[in-house]
Design a protein around this ligand. Sequence first.
Ligand SMILES: [Zn+2]
Length: 131
Amino acid sequence: MSKVRSTNTTPERRVRSIAHRSGLRFRLARRDLPGKPDFVLAKHRLAVFVHGCFWHRHPGCKRASTPGTRTEFWQAKFNANVERDARLIRALHELGWRSLVIWECEIRDSEFVRRRLQDAVHLSSPQPGQP
Ligand SMILES: [Zn+2]
């Protein structure tokens, strides 16, 4: 492994490396897809997003706090982000892609992330008899 300048691994990289170690083949961001997913598992038509808890409003997460000042400003901003995320997931769905959101706070637990990825892969396999 080459030494990188920063020892701080980005959340996206960390999730990719977990996927890789789990034997999941992924491709980096497909810029033509809605929302530019952080990576895609093309074979499973699964788009993976690594979302920051604060900006994307992880439900029930303590990192998704609202600043005490200019509360309305922040709330409007957050609402717009959440609506945008929902819209992008719908757009992907219409193109036949499923989406998986990994939250930044979940990344510390690589076993948890691995399970989320694998569950999503299994769900995205064609299942006869299901709508
Ligand atoms: Zn969180």
